[in-house]
Design a binder for this molecule. Sequence first.
Ligand code: HEM
Length: 494
Amino acid sequence: QSDGDAKESKQPEAAVPKLLHSLSKRFFGSLSPSLSGPPSLPLLGNMLDLAQEHLPIHLTSLALRYGNIYRLNCGSTTMVILNNSEIIREALIKKWSDFAGRPHSYTGDIVSSGGRSISLGDFSEGWKAHRRVAHSALHRCTMDSLHSVIEKQAHHLCQVLRDYNGKAVDLSEDFTVAASNVITTLTLGKSYDKSSEDLQKLQDCLNEIVSLWGSPWISALDSFPLLRKLPNPPFSRLMKEVARRDELIGKHIEDFKKNDHKKGGTVTSSLLQSLEQPQGGASQMTLTETHVHMTTVDLLIGGTETTAALLNWTVAFLLHRPEVQNKVYEELCGVLDVRYPQYSDRHRLPYLCALINEMLRLRPVAPLAVPHRAIRNSSIAGHFIPKNTIIIPNLYGAHHDPEVWDDPYSFKPERFLEGGGGSLRALIPFGGGARLCLGEAIARMEMFLFTAYLLRDFKFLPASKEEPLPDLRGVASVVLKVKPYTVITHPREK
Ligand code: HEM
């Protein structure tokens, strides 16, 4: 099963005349003289590369020509693209303190309330304290209850699928509701029905923000300030959606403060309580309500579309390879008989774990992570990297590196079985270091339990013989998603 091959991607730089290339060098010079990269056009730099329709595949294809570390120019900014897991580990883990920054950007400031979110806030003592407080609130609230919260949603999801009675359906919304309910239970102590207007509004708004913010029409405003003076309908929509998000989350937090916050047990109550205590400490951090608000946004955005997209990818790949579904089912029946799995069963279910690892490799749902910024002059793979360079960890590229992965574009869960040659060290779907995904533990438990419940209870069948199987190339924005498809969920006989 070969999906969209990086080699197929168009390479517009091949058509750029040499004269333009040398002119652009004269205009911009090069902040990273030792790094090669595609020629950049006057004024536009490498905007054409960055506007490619499937950016992770395009950046991976450029690595074939320019190597595992190369540069792109965008306005006055230099970006360095890392395409191999050892190089990414060097920057994110070994030299984490050099590269833990986030780029300051005009649009980033708008979506993060002036950099006060964990995901987009720049590295500082205040940011470290914010992340630490959120991390420990999340840890406290998930320690005892996470398993039962996910189990409840997994049972509910299976019931919803049973109720389809063999109809061909698009499951993406059901996956979103299940993943979102895990997060809303942890943060606000509430879960929602699929038909809930409140949930719909919130999800539509968060999705719209993520997809607009990832669009080249919006990112161009960060690199080319003059464009901010021109009318830009996508940007006006982004501003409207951010205002709507703040109103919706603000209302949830106000309701929560009135009714539930003293009860405790949720991330939001824990954070609100920490507002009442002086933060003190070396950081002199003052957590404000805006930080609590933005933590809720971070967890909802980070924790919903990612896990939901990965579940949707898993079913899409399984439609192409029905024998993999059967192998997981046989393993579950052999090890657990009729009972539902617990997360602690994972060591006895190697094939299921191999399937999840293979999905995280083939479709890292945050394919370019979140851009990092060099906080000081440093180096990566022996190349000088000046302060303020933007670092893009191409996780998609690292997971398709032919030097590391045998037949990298093929779907082969077996590679992660003992002796199968798959490298867990090279698998980095959650990033690493100071900016490691805050929800990794939650996402791993969700993926395990949701996938196990679904494959225990259902066989996924193509919608019809006439319709093509799901397209496996996908659509890449901040999140890498499969194109919409329908599937029949056929209950397994017990
Ligand atoms: C399969 C699911 C998921 C994947 C593949 C994933 C992947 C990632 C990646 C690659 C990053 C960027 C790391 C970097 O900047 O180097 C990230 C950041 C983040 N993720 Fe996740 N994530 C997932 C699920 C979740 C969940 C469930 C939550 C919340 C409960 C979450 C919350 C966050 C937050 C808050 C950040 C920002 C961390 C920071 O900047 O310090 N993610 N995630």
